[in-house]
Design a binder for this molecule. Structure first.
Ligand SMILES: *Cc1c(COP(=O)(O)O)cnc(C)c1O
Length: 361
């Protein structure tokens, strides 16, 4: 085996135990005498699996009965548009809090379907801090308030759930879902592409308060309607059955390892270790995000001399540390520390960074 520590932002590392279990039952799953990806999604075996997975997730994330859980396709990006089509009535506006790249994209993709109001943004400081609460301009009549709890590229995270009164709060949790306990009842809708903290790409998780399912009044195809997906248990058309199965294995893996409370503690320790290594490097490495807004999941950092970037990445790869190249919008490096990254991986990264600094400082 020559698997490495994989710090990729997404698709990202999966828990090794999950991959091994999937490998062990790849050819024959349970008593179906076929692979789980070769059987009908409408057959008894898969329907039972889907019900188990939903039930496991509900327990894991304490999702109350008046929220529907959907497993869809099209990534978070499709939801940027669908949520506007489903949650806003024609002529209504929606408030967006922008704290980085993905919030901007969500607002842009929603704009053809709802009047987008930027209620707060941190563009002026290049997304190095969250927009100050005192500057938010929320509208009580908005169809919803949208925000991005964790900005995957800029490395910003909200430590608290924004207080937005009675307007439904909608959150793109793609890069931090299941990384810590969450009070689902504070949200109208939560959505997340699976490829960071849940499983492989090609699957999108939606958790939506039931009363919001039937808000949409505009004519649209069934495939665009949340209510239609809910009425068909996420099987309106052929779902990503293999991704769904892997997500289910991941939920069980989280539960086996102490649930969301244990994940939160482990994730916080990992992030603290890496930020300390950056902050204590005497300026050799730097992270530019305001300390209170620093993401536990995605840590962008820069070397004091960009000429060293290529060396750093090459040597890191030789040392078995993969996926550290920063997003092209920011340059530099980025280490993603999702649930599946063990503390030992972060320790290996920090040891490499210290060694690299000594040799090139
Ligand atoms: C990765 C990511 C996306 C994009 O997800 P797709 O599945 O590619 O559509 C959107 N939002 C956030 C916060 C992300 O991290």
């Amino acid at each position: 085996m020559s698997r490495t520590w994989n710090f990729a932002a997404g698709p990202a590392a999966m828990p090794e135990e999950v991959l091994l279990q999937a490998q062990a039952e790849l050819l024959e799953w349970r008593d179906t005498r076929a692979s789980v990806m070769e059987i009908s999604h409408r057959g008894k075996a898969f329907m039972a699996l889907a019900a188990e997975i939903e039930s496991d997730l509900r327990t894991l994330a304490s999702i109350p009965p008046h929220y529907k859980v959907l497993f869809l396709q099209g990534g978070a990006t499709l939801q940027f548009a669908l949520l506007a089509m489903n949650l806003a009535m024609p002529g209504q506006s929606a408030d967006y809090l922008l704290s980085g790249h993905w919030g901007e994209k969500a607002a842009r993709e929603a704009a053809p379907y709802v009047e987008v109001r930027i209620a707060a943004d941190a563009r002026a400081n290049q997304y190095r801090a969250l927009p100050a609460r005192a500057d938010w301009q929320l509208d009580d009549g908005a169809a919803y308030v949208h925000y991005t709890p964790n900005e995957t590229i800029h490395g910003l995270e909200f430590a608290d759930i924004p207080e937005v009164g009675d307007v439904p709060l909608v959150a793109d949790f793609s890069s931090s879902i299941l990384s810590a306990p969450l009070d689902v009842t504070r949200f109208g809708m939560i959505y997340a592409g699976a490829q960071k903290n849940i499983g492989p790409s090609g699957l999108t998780l939606l958790i939506i308060r039931e009363d919001l399912l039937t808000r949409a009044t505009r004519p649209m195809a069934g495939i665009f309607r949340y209510a239609e997906h809910a009425a068909h248990q996420s099987m309106l058309n052929t779902p990503n059955t293999f991704g769904w199965y892997l997500a289910g294995l991941t939920f069980r893996w989280i539960a086996r390892h102490g649930g969301l409370v244990a994940m939160a503690a482990r994730n916080q320790r990992k992030a603290n270790t890496l930020y300390a290594a950056i902050d204590d490097s005497g300026g050799f490495y730097r992270n530019e995000v305001a300390p209170r807004a620093r993401s536990r999941m995605n840590v962008p950092f820069f070397l004091h001399d960009v000429q060293l970037d290529a060396h750093f990445l090459r040597e890191a790869e030789q040392a078995g540390l993969l996926g550290l190249k920063g997003h092209r919008a920011l340059g530099g490096m980025r280490a993603s520390l999702y649930n599946a990254m063990p503390p030992e991986g972060v320790d290996a990264l920090v040891a490499f960074m210290q060694d690299f600094r000594v040799r090139h400082g």
